[in-house]
Every structure is written in C-alpha cells, then in structure tokens.
Ligand binder design. Structure first.
Ligand code: GLV
Ligand code: MN
Ligand code: MN
Length: 454
C-alpha cells in the first residue's frame, strides 16, 4: 500500500489541476450564442436574388458583393486581421505567437445555388468567425495563427465548376480550364473577378497569386450542416467526417433533326428529348447497379431546344453529377453512362457529343484532425459519430495541401439545397464550440507548446 501513496498523491494533484489546465489549453467556457449566429445567418440570407426563405446568391453578383461586405464587417468586429486574395477568397486571421509553422485554417462558402437555404456553407463562415471571436474572448492565444476563410464560388452555378476558390488555393486549377468556363452571358471568371475588384492581369497571373505556398497551411477543418439525414435520424449531435466523396460531372448533348410536332410522323423522328429521357433513366440504373449506397448519380439538368410544345426537340443537353467515396467504382459508373449514351444515340439515330466536365478524387480526412474534432466533441460532452461527406466541399481541395477534416451538425430532415434548410440554434452553437475547440487543439496554446499538442 505504502508503495502507491506517492502515485495516489500525484494523481490527486493532477486531477485537481485538470480543470485549470483544461481551461488554459482549450477554453471550454466559450462564449458562443447559437441564436446570435443564426441571426447573422438570416441577415446574410437577406442578400439574395429571390425573396427569403429561399436564397439565391451567385458569385460576384451585387448580392454576393453585399454578402462579402457583411462577412468582412463581422471579421473586423471579431478583431480579425483581414486580407483577400486574387480570386476573391476572404481571410480573417487570429494571430498566433509565431512559435510554430503554418496556419490552421477553417471556412466555407457563402454563395448559394438557385433557391437554396440559409445554412449551406454560410455556417462554416459565420460560425468560423464566431469560433475565432470566442477563442479570443476566452483569452486563448494560439501558437499557430488561426484563419477563417470565405471561399469564392464553391457552387458551380455561374462557371460550371465547383470550389473555384479552394481549387485555386490548392493550385489544382489550370488557367485553360478556368478561362474556358464562361457564364451564361459569355463572361469569363477573370473578367467577373476583375469587375468585383479582384483578379490580376491574366487568368494565369491570378491563379499564381492565389496559390498557397507549400507548408503555409498546417491543417484545415470545415464546419458544415450534414445535408443528409443520418445525424438527425440517430439523435447524434455532431458528425466527424472521415472521407469526402469524389464528384464527377458529365455533359451530354444529343442532336436530332427536329421538325413539326404535328406533321413529323413518329417513324421519321429522331427526337433528342427522348434520348435525354432515356439517358436520365440509364443514369439512375447505373448508380443503382453498383448495389453500394455510396454511389449516387443525378441527371439534374436537362435543357431542350427550342423547348416549345409543337416542335420535336432537335437538341437536348443533359448535365450529370455522379459521386462515390470509391473513385474506381465512380469511374466505372461514368463509363457505363457514356456507353449508355452511345447505345441510345445509335438506336435513336441522334448525334452525340460528350464531355467529362470534371473528375475529382475523393479525400480521406487526416487522423490528427479527426482526433482533434473527436476530443473537442468529448470535451463538450456531445454525442458524435463518424460519417462520410457525400456532398463536396472546399475541404476536398484543402485536403490536397494540408491535413483536413470536417465537423457536421444535423439539419432538419437532412434537407439542403432547399429554402426550408434549417439547423437548430442549439446545434449551431454546439458546432461552433466544437469547431473552436478543434482549432485550438490544432493551433496549440501560446506559451504552453508541449501541453497544447494533442
Ligand atoms: C455542393 O453544394 C455540392 O453539390 O455537393
Ligand atoms: Mn451547396
Ligand atoms: Mn456547402
């Protein structure tokens, strides 16, 4: 018994000190108000091309510029140091003590697809600012600087390519690819960015300027609504993401000879619209055919021309989005859809053009970020589960330059990309606190380097 006494005394002393050490390293008394963050999200939602609750906010439009100004105001009010890069990514920095290399970054996007809601992406920006403000208000001084980012154009709405800001930062976007993506008015990204006060002399110069220097980011973690039903259905408060599914996009164009809807008899027709309809069904069959729930494929856009009731459609353009956490399985489905398009075109005697518009690799989240987020969830006493992100995020590209992870909160019904998108203030608050604690762990505490490391 006597042998154990020193050990017991030590353990007792440590236990007594624990709340103090815990508070010093990773402040748990974080001042975060879920309802204030939601109020800010709803204010941001008012910068919209359509009446709320729906939100439409397309990159570099007047409402996007108003949203940018609001985000910059919030960053400044939180005491962060502002900067913007050549593609319009906006950064707010909580400075570190300079004793460790690389920034810990967080963030997401504020652009919104047509008729979206108030939470997709915006939570990671407004919530990221709230997390940094809370850390600094708690007296936490990080070793590494912590930076919140509002990424430019995560949504592909205007330039038909997702995650433009994070692709540019990661240096995986070529000038040729970007310059070819024109909006519906024929404007290229450089022209739109320049009009918004960003850009450089050429697309290449702009991308070179936005690319981050190797080693300058030590880790990245993004807070987001789940956009799926798992957390809510299981009554789990936080999702710790382990992988991000790999998206690909395919464009198919069928061309027939058209003709008068009354006078062109059925045997003579080569209706491009019907080829598109068949292809949409083939897309569904290909995804279901893998038998894996992680394979999803969507013919989300079908444009008929001239789109008139008394014309046999001579033109049909189909845009297909497909994703999987398993890249080779996703590519096999892509090949199957391309084969189906050829078979349909031959059988229906329509001409065919296809373009694989985008094909990204999936990302695996870094063990150290997953561990930091898990420790943060546990510190908060929050139920948590590991899950896969089936949507893409800027984190997919940040994972190419730094150890990366994501934290999800539940959203009502698992719905997203809809005006009724909703997350409760309580979950918003928990998510922001979990983000703050995760960032603190990844950044380390100034003056306490050894103890602040996980
Ligand atoms: C992003 O919004 C996506 O489509 O996953
Ligand atoms: Mn989205
Ligand atoms: Mn998003």
């Amino acid at each position: 018994m006597r042998l154990h006494e020193p050990f017991i005394r030590w353990t007792g002393a440590l236990l007594l000190l624990c709340p103090y050490i815990g508070a010093f390293q990773y402040p748990s008394k974080l001042d975060v108000s879920g309802s204030l963050v939601v109020e800010q999200l709803l204010k941001l939602a008012t910068f919209s091309d359509v009446p709320n609750p729906a939100v439409t906010r397309i990159v570099f439009t007047p409402n996007d510029m108003k949203a940018r100004a609001y985000v910059k105001d919030l960053m400044q009010l939180a005491g962060l140091t502002l900067r913007e890069d050549a593609v319009g990514n906006i950064f707010g920095l909580l400075a570190g003590d300079g004793s460790a290399e690389g920034l810990v970054q967080t963030g997401s996007h504020t652009d919104a697809i047509p008729l979206a809601g108030a939470y997709d992406g915006t939570l990671g920006v407004i919530g990221g600012i709230a997390a940094l403000r809370a850390l600094s208000a708690a007296g936490f001084r990080p070793r590494r600087g912590i930076e919140v980012i509002m990424f430019t154009s995560e949504e592909p709405t205007r330039f038909s390519l997702s995650c433009l800001g994070s692709r540019a930062m990661a240096g995986v976007l070529s000038a040729e690819t970007l310059a070819r993506r024109l909006d519906e008015n024929g404007t290229d990204f450089l022209t739109a960015a320049t009009a918004a006060g960003y850009g450089r002399g050429s697309t290449q110069a702009m991308l070179d300027a936005a690319r981050v220097k190797p080693g300058s980011v030590s880790s990245f973690v993004e807070l987001h609504i789940e956009q799926g039903p798992e957390l809510e259905a299981n009554g789990t408060s936080l999702g710790i993401v382990t992988a991000i599914a790999a998206p690909a996009a395919l464009r198919v164009r069928f061309s027939g000879d058209g003709g008068h809807a009354g006078a062109q008899l059925m045997p003579r027709r080569n209706d491009a619209g019907l080829a598109a309809a068949e292809l949409a069904l083939a897309v569904e069959a290909a995804a279901l055919g893998t038998g894996a729930p992680d394979t999803v494929a969507t013919a989300g856009r079908v444009d008929l021309a001239p789109n008139t009731v008394n014309s046999v459609p001579p033109q049909a353009a189909v845009e297909i989005d497909l994703r999987d956490v398993d890249e080779s399985r996703r590519d096999a489905v892509l090949a199957q859809i391309l084969a189906a398009a050829e078979e349909i075109a031959a059988r229906r005697r329509v001409r065919l053009q296809t373009e694989v518009a985008n094909r990204d690799a999936p990302a695996t989240c870094a063990a150290e970020v997953v561990a930091a987020a898990t420790a943060a969830a546990e510190q908060l006493g929050a139920s948590h589960a590991r899950l896969v992100s089936r949507a893409y995020h800027d984190a997919l590209f940040m994972a190419q330059i730094a150890p990366t992870g994501m934290i999800f909160i539940p959203c009502r019904g698992g719905w997203s990309h809809r005006p009724d998108e909703f997350a409760s203030p309580a979950h918003v608050e928990l998510g922001v606190k979990a983000l703050a604690l995760t960032l603190a762990r990844l950044a380390g505490a100034a003056g306490n380097p050894g103890k602040a490391e996980l």
